[in-house]
Design a protein around this ligand. Structure first.
Ligand SMILES: Cc1cc2nc3c(=O)[nH]c(=O)nc-3n(C[C@H](O)[C@H](O)[C@H](O)COP(=O)(O)O)c2cc1C
Length: 228
């Protein structure tokens, strides 16, 4: 089998029109993590389907596609998840020094009950069998792939006027119990999802004085670690 044998499968890679490029960059630059701006109206099945298709189009190691998406709309389930968040969040606030703790307690870090839809994104490390191409030397590649799916969904959501908020302040076992997730499945994200009319223009944590965006040029090295 030679590379040329597959040339018939190639498609055009011409660059996007200026308008299309601007749309892509606009989605990237204006995407926000949403905690409080959710509207109560449910998302249509078609819209949810489009967001999930965007997620499912993500790159994955060895084309493993290790993700699952558990859609949660049941208020009782969301309430239990919010309680799990609240317990973990109280523990989290105690981990910061006194000055930061006061600010931390004033931050809103979830929209679990307000968002009409939650999506629990999980990673199945067994998908694709014992040996997966590309994952032979770093098994974490499965989770990295799942995160790519989440980012695709997040950007597609921005284009659709839908906000997404990633909640990670839990004991995984609480979520595992609530959703009946098997022990070998890794919990990657709890996403709060809903229509939004407004978004912060900058990351909410920056607006509220928690942390600012770092200068990009300090993060880029040339030819070896640390060389700018
Ligand atoms: C892996 C991951 C976990 C996160 N967990 C939380 C969380 O538990 N609660 C929260 O409010 N935001 C969470 N966020 C959102 C970040 O705070 C947010 O992305 C960051 O402040 C930048 O803001 P932006 O996404 O609006 O640009 C998480 C984001 C990522 C990528």
């Amino acid at each position: 089998m030679q590379q040329d044998d597959f040339d018939h499968a190639l498609v055009s890679a011409e660059e996007f029109s200026d308008a299309d490029k601007q749309a892509v960059y606009r989605a990237i630059e204006t995407r926000r993590d949403v905690r409080d701006q959710f509207l109560p109206e449910p998302l249509s099945d078609e819209l949810i389907g489009n967001l999930l298709k965007a997620a499912h189009a993500a790159p994955s190691v060895g084309f493993m596609q290790p993700w699952n998406f558990t859609l949660v709309t049941d208020g009782k389930v969301k309430q239990r998840v919010w309680e799990a968040f609240s317990r973990a969040n109280a523990e989290a606030s105690d981990m910061f020094g006194e000055e930061q703790r006061a600010l931390y307690r004033n931050l809103k870090l979830e929209g679990i009950r307000k968002a009409p839809l939650s999506i629990c994104v999980t990673c199945d490390p067994t998908r694709g069998g014992d040996v997966v191409l590309g994952r032979t030397h770093n098994p974490r590649m499965d989770v990295y792939s799942t995160v790519c799916a989440i980012q695709n969904l997040w950007l597609a959501a921005r284009a659709e006027g839908v906000g997404v908020g990633w909640v990670s302040i839990f004991h995984d076992d609480d979520i595992r119990d609530i959703l009946d997730i098997p022990p070998h499945i890794e919990i990657v994200a709890w996403l709060c999802v809903g229509h939004v009319e407004t978004l912060y223009g900058e990351p909410e944590l920056a607006v509220k004085g928690w942390r600012q965006r770092l200068p990009l040029d300090e993060l880029v090295f040339r030819d070896r670690w640390g060389a700018t």
